[in-house]
Design a protein. Structure first.
Length: 365
């Protein structure tokens, strides 16, 4: 977490503090916690979080003030507690909040915040109806009551169509942060690949693209492009088990495999015997493998290397999923394999077993 140079932290000393243009003011109550510290956080990058402001609270009451140059999606987070409360925070707006567990909490104020909350309430109602109809449909199908199931399915289709139409109308009428945030959330939920991410970004208006989350989508596209087929593989340097630093681009080979794995990953360990056979056969012909472990426990990492007989280059930051390469290479699960040519350009990804063997056979004759 770092403090943004563009956002000035200000504490509201009392509820009577004069609000200036650009101020974001939040005041209200926190149920179940008598005292503590409350933070207002926002995203300044895919992997960066800024602290917009904070305040100490007593007797469950708080007042917090921060300054922003633009509307942002922010989270109110109580120090020491997981999760948070999301809002669209606009400069020059005062928000009233009641923070509590469950669905009874609220944050009121601001046009973007109120518009999004109104949409979300309608969407939630349709989601509940769809879930109920889906359950009813499945039950009727199981009971072989196909005629009744067909009638329920017709209603289900209409409700799903209503939800799609509601969402499209809402996004079309909001060429701003709301649309960008909604699309970004969809991208993350779907773990969308580069092509789909580009398509969804292109659907946004210029106002949404220029917003905080429009910029985050663009940042994601630029990152994904770095690991697209034909792209130059991002370079990196990490230590091996002995502490020697290994730089990927300095490893000489006709074909280079970067294998992201971990000792705790069952599919990775099951894949290792096949990878060992491939390495034994093709290493003399110009293949090199760089195993990048997402372990945090050095002993477990070294034990897995020895037990599985991994004779290639093994390196790790021992930071697990916090390793910067997970973002650089867009790693969302392991094993993940990238195949590079002698110029360190990515020429294939995700190949395993017979597919990988056939690929190497063709290029390392």
């Amino acid at each position: 977490m770092r403090k943004s140079t563009l956002l000035t932290l200000m504490l509201l000393c009392s509820l009577s503090t004069v609000t200036q243009a650009g101020d974001i003011v939040l005041q209200g109550k926190i149920e179940g916690i008598r005292k503590g510290r409350l933070y207002l956080l926002t995203r300044s990058g895919e992997q960066l979080t800024d602290t917009l402001g904070y305040c100490d609270f007593k007797r469950g009451k708080f007042a917090l003030q921060a300054t922003s140059a633009e509307p942002v999606v922010a989270q109110l987070v109580v120090e020491g507690f997981s999760g948070g409360f999301t809002l669209f925070a606009e400069p020059g707006v005062t928000y009233e909040a009641n923070l509590s567990e469950g669905d009874s909490y609220y944050i009121r104020g601001g046009r973007l915040n109120e518009d999004y909350n109104a949409y979300q309430a309608k969407a939630d109602e349709l989601h509940r109806a769809i879930a109920g109809l889906q359950s009813r449909y499945d039950s009727l199908r199981t009971s072989r009551k196909f005629r009744s199931a067909s009638l329920v399915n017709d209603t289900l289709q209409r409700q799903q169509s209503a939800l799609r139409e509601l969402t499209m109308r809402f996004l079309d009428s909001n060429d701003n942060l709301i649309a960008a945030y909604t699309i970004y959330s969809n991208i993350i939920m779907r773990e969308a690949a580069l092509r789909d991410t580009r398509t969804m970004y292109a659907s946004l208006g210029e106002g949404a693209k220029a917003s905080q989350y429009g910029r985050l989508i663009k940042e994601r596209i630029l990152r994904l492009e770095k690991t697209e087929g034909g792209a130059q593989a991002p370079d990196f340097t990490l230590p091996d088990p002995q502490g020697n630093l290994v730089t990927m681009s300095s490893v000489e080979a006709k074909i280079k495999i970067i294998d992201f794995w971990a000792s705790w990953c069952g599919p990775c360990r099951l894949n290792n015997p096949t990878l060992c056979k491939i390495y034994e056969e093709y290493h003399p012909k110009g293949l090199e493998i760089i195993g990048v472990s997402l372990d945090t426990n050095k002993a477990a990492w070294e034990k897995a290397i020895e037990k599985d007989g991994l004779k290639w280059i093994n390196i790790s930051s021992l930071k697990g999923w916090k390793c910067e390469l997970t973002s650089l290479y867009n790693i969302t699960g392991v094993p993940a394999i990238f195949i590079l040519n002698e110029n360190n350009q990515i020429i294939a990804t995700g190949l395993k077993g017979d597919q990988l063997k056939a690929f190497l056979e063709e290029r390392l004759k």
